[in-house]
Design a protein around this ligand. Structure first.
Ligand code: NAD
Length: 477
């Protein structure tokens, strides 16, 4: 069993003030794979004090030097990428090949993305003739608190830590207590990159403890949070008392609108996309809306794609999907699958219980429901497991109406050969991101939503700007 009780504070690994053990459970085996400590107020205060002390010097460190430190973090990742993949696979159940090819490489992809965004950043400008002599300059906002979830652990950590460092902020990271090992390894990268003491600090803890202590801390200027809508609201309430900036990346219930002219291949891709990472992605296309002429055929295709999806332990090599992260998520997903059956949706594939051949681990049967109606729980609630809901539609207007009738608005998807129609829908679907014909957004585009999905804009120049605050100065010339 791995023992990692220390926190990274002020440039060194330090013992918690009053160690409180927390077991990290391997979701494939249901057995503890590591023990960490959950911090308390003393640890949080220590980390914030270290970040506060380091802020003045880091804020004025030349940008080129801050960039060099980030490049060194990237170099550390390349040396230790396999360790990173192993840590993620063990802590949250990503199959090892998926961890190697998709989860861990988030570190390098995002770092490279931010380094190139840095070249496009505008740090200061003079206002136009309407405001002669007035200059706008950007400053790092101060000490920032970063709170991350377990589902794409390095994706969210690098989307926050790297722009904060480049912006000149110092920080305290609290990774998910479900998946802390990858972040602790990341802290080693930062240490070995020689980032000055106190600039980056890590304290493990849960939401009620360290998470809330950070959200209410008077010396933290901003919280950047990714996680559930529930926690996002709690953080916003707590942070209001100290008037912090709060940026939120929350849940989703993405619509994937498939027109008949997109063909059945679009259905297969949509199912696979839904089951990716065992359905644990906030931007998962969890509601598949299919135009009526394709609908019956789409059900057959989706059933086949689900039945071809294999489920196996994370340590096994291959293209299967793994377990979901923990018992609570497993129970919640079982309850939602049962609700789909009870509310009268047609179960095309999967269902409740463990997949055949597996008798332990938090595995879910790849599940597809047909004839789902707007308003059913499986249509409304974020499931966060490999469960797809399929709904037919007759007209473009109806598709838009169903797609937008949700509290969320993160990513919606449109599949059609008709470019004019795709653009029309792209403008009318209410979400922060629209992906057409399974083409990903280009490098440097942001990630972020609207409504209950939160309104943060992470990645690219937007991601760096989130950690900056503007100052207007008169009589500059
Ligand atoms: P969670 O909200 O339970 O936990 C996320 C993090 O917040 C953890 O570090 C947790 O310890 C902390 N936390 C929990 N309650 C808190 C509180 N009251 N105050 C401060 N911190 C608190 O979410 P999760 O179960 O880890 O992650 C899954 C959720 O995250 C899903 O809803 C998913 O859609 C969402 N998510 C969103 C995005 C996005 O970018 N929009 C990305 C990934 C995940």
């Amino acid at each position: 069993m791995i023992e990692k009780r220390a926190f990274y504070i002020g440039g060194q690994w330090v013992c918690p003030a009053a160690p409180r053990d927390h077991q990290v459970i391997n979701p494939s085996t249901e057995e503890a794979c590591a023990v960490i400590s959950l911090g308390d107020q003393v640890d949080t205060d220590k980390a914030v004090a270290a970040a506060k002390a380091a802020f003045p010097a880091w804020a004025v460190t030349p940008l080129d030097l801050r960039r060099t430190y980030v490049e060194r973090i990237l170099a550390q990742y390349y040396i230790r990428a396999e360790e990173m993949a192993q840590a993620i696979s063990m802590e949250m159940g990503a199959p090892i090949d998926f961890a190697r090819n998709s989860q861990a490489p988030c570190v390098s992809e995002h770092i490279e993305g931010f380094l190139s965004a840095l070249d496009r950043m505008e740090w200061a400008h003079d206002m136009g003739p309407e405001a002669p002599g007035t200059r706008i300059v950007k400053h790092p906002i101060g000490v920032v608190g970063l709170i991350t979830p377990w589902n794409w652990p390095m994706n969210q950590v690098t989307l926050k830590v790297i722009p904060a460092l480049l912006a000149g902020c110092t920080l305290v990271l609290k990774p998910s207590e479900e998946a802390p090992l990858s972040s602790m390894l990341f802290a080693e990268f930062v240490h070995d990159a020689g980032v000055p003491a106190g600039v980056f600090n890590l304290v493990n803890g849960d939401g009620a403890g360290v998470g809330t202590q950070m959200s209410s801390h008077p010396d933290i200027a901003m919280i950047s949070f990714t996680g559930s809508t529930r926690a996002g609201k709690a953080i916003s309430r707590t942070a209001a008392e100290t008037l912090k900036r709060v940026t939120l990346e929350l849940g989703g219930k993405g619509a994937n609108v498939i027109f008949a002219d997109a063909g059945e291949e679009a259905v297969t891709k949509g199912v696979r996309r839904m089951f990716n990472n065992a359905g644990q992605s906030c931007n998962a296309p969890s509601r598949m809306l299919v135009e009526r002429p394709l609908y019956d055929r789409a059900l057959e295709v989706a059933r086949k794609a689900a039945e071809e999806t294999t489920v196996a332990p994370a340590a096994k090599s291959g293209s299967h999907i793994g377990p979901v992260v923990n018992r609570a998520q497993w129970d919640k997903i079982q309850d939602l699958i049962q609700s789909g059956i009870d509310e009268g949706a047609t179960l095309l594939a999967g269902g409740t219980g463990l997949p055949e051949g597996l008798n332990k681990g938090y595995f879910i049967r790849p599940t597809v429901f047909a004839d789902v109606r707007p308003g059913m729980r499986i249509e409304k609630e974020e499931i966060f497991g490999p469960v797809l809901s399929m709904l037919p539609f007759d007209t473009e207007e109806e598709a838009i109406q169903i797609a937008n009738d949700t509290e969320y608005g993160l990513t919606n998807y449109i599949q059609t050969a008709d470019k004019a129609r795709a653009r029309r829908l792209g403008l009318q679907l209410n979400a922060g991101m629209i992906e057409m014909n399974y083409r990903s957004l280009g490098d440097g585009a942001f990630f972020g939503g609207v409504k209950s999905s939160g309104t943060a804009r992470e990645g690219g120049v937007w991601g760096i700007n989130e950690f900056l605050i503007e100052k207007a100065i008169s009589d500059w010339n």
